[in-house]
Design a protein around this ligand. Structure first.
Ligand code: FCB
Length: 428
């Protein structure tokens, strides 16, 4: 039998979702508007009713509890809360109040994300992340939510994957508004970092209790894909952008390269009580053409990949967790998972990544959660519904939640607070 991998008492086990990907009918954000133009989403789908989580959250909480989870990371849809600038919709606040109460009834610790890629249409029309007022607007929204739900939410996540929005929306042209402009990209990159500080401060000042507040960084293990000086520089730049810019920025309270020269930002230094880490894969890069000047090298022919084309690279998970821990704040795994039609591959992925998380734990990393991406197959942004990351399938039409074998496996792990020996033996 393999060695059982035991996690610390009080460890949080659960899944992560985001409002736009699961709630359905988020008609007032810039993603919805973009989807309606047609032709953007690769598989031709639109978010539509998504998983109807907005109406079926009670069933979902019940299932989560039944499957051994003790935590859930969800996001609050800003465009519902503040449908027009400065107008707050109390009915929507009530909705999220019901969600949080329901989580508590089912013994699920709420982790609430305030911004997960989507902007209200009014915010986008003012320039979105390019607007110098963006951090203040995010701060105001964060303060409002912390005042409304601060008594019931112990964990606040400010911005999901701060590096993704600037890069995908303003440099690579993949997310709305699909620009390819390096200057806009750097402006957005500055504003998102400033917003992390503003939001932290706003929640701290407005929440009645003392919640834990942190960002969710999509850490990627970056390696050079060639041995020229240019390739090494490309890898260094990529690493700086994806990882160090945010982590150093929060530790030191400064805007570093590529978006600044180390200028201090008020309220940014130490604006995290923990760091949320999302990890999926590594990036092997070399020097490339404009606008990014960096090119991703495809995975080796014999590498295991997902339907997203991402390489399965568990060792990178360990590397990222160790690095995050070096900043001296507790580490929460806020996303990890795989797009695949082969659920056996998902089970293998989970166990192999948990083994790396455990390796980090054994070396002293203060690791507190594993939130799997995701609960149910959902709207995977520009990829559409084709990509399946869920422990539960989504039956087209009825949207019925159908547990996959991985849901049962995850339940076993969560209940045991350990990867049992037989499971370790089977997959490691
Ligand atoms: C992450 C996002 C999440 C989902 C997964 C697959 O980058 O935070 O919404 O798209 O990737």
């Amino acid at each position: 039998m393999g060695q059982e991998l035991r996690f610390p008492d009080g460890f949080h086990w659960g899944t992560a979702t985001s409002s736009h990907q699961v709630e359905g009918n988020n008609r007032n954000n810039h993603w919805w508007r973009w989807e309606q133009e047609g032709g953007h989403v690769k598989d031709g789908t639109t978010s539509g009713p998504a998983c109807d989580h907005y109406n079926r959250f009670e069933e979902d909480c019940r299932l989560m509890e039944e499957f051994g989870h003790n935590a859930y990371r969800f996001s609050i849809e800003w465009s519902r809360i503040e449908p027009q600038e400065g107008r707050w919709d109390e009915k929507e606040v009530e909705h999220y109040r019901r969600v949080v109460d329901c989580l508590r009834r089912h013994n699920l610790t709420p982790f609430a994300t305030l911004h997960h890629f989507c902007n209200p249409v009014w915010f986008e029309e003012q320039g979105g992340w390019l607007n110098p007022q963006a951090p203040a607007l995010l701060g105001r929204y964060a303060a409002y939510m912390a005042k409304q739900l601060g008594d019931a939410v112990p964990f606040w996540l400010t911005v999901n994957e701060p590096s993704v929005t600037p890069a995908a929306a303003y440099l690579m042209g993949e997310f709305p508004p699909c620009h390819r402009d390096p200057r806009e990209f750097l402006t957005a990159t500055r504003h998102v970092l400033i917003a992390l500080g503003r939001m932290h401060q706003a929640i701290r000042e407005s929440a009645p209790h003392s919640p834990q507040i942190g960002p969710v960084i999509n850490m990627t293990y970056v390696m050079p894909g060639g041995d020229t000086e240019e390739d090494r520089q490309a890898a260094q730049l990529m690493d700086q952008y994806l990882n160090a810019y945010w982590l150093d920025g929060l530790r030191d309270g400064v805007i570093g390269p590529p978006a600044g020269d180390g200028e201090p930002v008020e309220g940014l230094k130490g604006a995290w009580d923990f760091v949320g880490v999302n990890y999926y894969s590594r990036a092997v890069v070399k020097a490339g053409p404009p606008p990014a000047m960096i090119e991703q090298v495809p995975p080796p022919a014999d590498a295991e990949t997902s339907t997203m084309g991402w390489e399965v690279y568990p060792d990178g998970f360990y590397q990222c967790l160790k690095r995050a821990a070096g900043y001296g704040v507790p580490v929460y795994i806020t996303e990890n998972g795989i797009g695949t039609d082969d659920d056996e591959q998902r089970r293998r992925y989970v166990v192999r990544h948990l083994a790396q998380a455990h390796r980090a734990l054994r070396e002293g990393v203060d690791l507190r959660s594993y939130l799997h991406w995701t609960f149910q197959d959902n709207f995977e942004w520009a990829e559409g519904f084709r990509q399946k990351f869920g422990l539960f399938a989504r039956e087209e039409g009825t949207l019925r939640r159908i547990p996959k074998p991985s849901a049962a496996m995850f339940a076993e792990i969560a209940r045991a607070n350990a990867v049992p020996g037989e499971m370790a033996e089977r997959y490691l």
